[in-house]
Design a protein around this ligand. Structure first.
Ligand SMILES: [Fe+2]
Length: 268
């Protein structure tokens, strides 16, 4: 099957392009991959319109990892305060020092382990998160979504991995939000993650999703990862052992920074 090249998005097209159009394009690419095989690395995924202009057009260049390792980032417990892992403490993040209330939304605990390609824990490394609030609104000057800002929620946090490679955040569940890919386009709820790893070649920036989201089938960013197993690796699991009685629901998400089982990186 031949996939017809998709024209570059214009403002006019975003208004008229429907969700059904996008789903059809996603299905056509999946059919193509089923016959021809999916590329291992796909940076240009036309149903995700802005990837057409933003994807690399030159061949990847391999760098010398030994040289890179000389410049590997180094963090310690002193760099990050433990309270920065609790996104429900808005005042602590300097977001609004006048407010000490709790953010609105479903309080959740997100935790997991960061591993290298050999299954070894990645210890003492920086993990950063950013996310929309429960209404699907980011605190950002370019934010377009007409949903309320929560004065008690900045949506940013960070922590250092423990001796077993574990990370931990307390936050509220982000809401889905609309975006400009096509008419009535909505992103599944997600939390953005950045992992520094032990060396620059392990640097990983990606998104964590929540199980059972009805928007998965419609989202071209989610589908830009061609392999189902790789897509599933970005979806956290509900973990009742992580849930805190009378307080929060627990989600577990483990991450692999290198090797063939590496967690997929977002292309945006
Ligand atoms: Fe986002």
């Amino acid at each position: 099957m031949t996939v017809t090249p998709v024209p570059v998005l214009s403002g006019w097209e975003a208004e008229t392009l429907t969700q059904a159009d996008i789903v059809a394009e996603i299905a056509a690419l999946a059919s193509h991959d089923a016959v021809e095989g999916a590329p291992q690395t796909r940076t240009n995924y036309p149903p995700y319109r802005s990837s057409i202009l933003r994807h690399p057009t030159k061949e990847l260049r391999y760098a010398d990892p030994e040289t890179i390792e000389l410049w590997s980032p180094c963090f310690s417990e002193r760099d990050v305060h433990p309270l920065e892992a609790d996104l429900t403490l808005g005042a602590h993040h300097g977001w609004n020092s006048q407010v000490t209330g709790q953010p609105i939304g479903e309080r959740i605990t997100v935790s997991g382990r960061v591993l290298d390609g050999d299954g070894r824990p990645v210890v003492g490394q920086l993990v950063e998160v950013w996310q929309a609030n429960a209404a699907g609104r980011y605190v950002h000057k370019n934010e377009q979504h007409d949903a309320p800002i929560d004065p008690n929620f900045a949506g940013i946090g960070r922590c250092i991995t423990g001796s077993d490679g574990s990370y931990w955040f307390q936050t509220i569940k982000p809401g889905p939000y609309p975006w400009g890919n096509h008419r009535n386009a909505w992103r599944p709820a997600h939390i953005h993650f950045s992992f520094f790893g032990r060396e620059f070649t392990q640097r990983l920036i990606t998104q964590m999703y929540f199980p059972g989201d009805p928007l998965f089938a419609l989202d071209p960013i989610y589908h830009s990862i061609s392999d189902l197993q790789d897509r599933n690796a970005l979806v956290a699991a509900y973990d009742h052992e992580l849930s805190v009685p009378e307080h929060s629901l627990g989600f577990r998400w483990d991450v692999v920074l290198s090797g063939p089982n590496r967690t997929w990186m977002e292309e945006a």
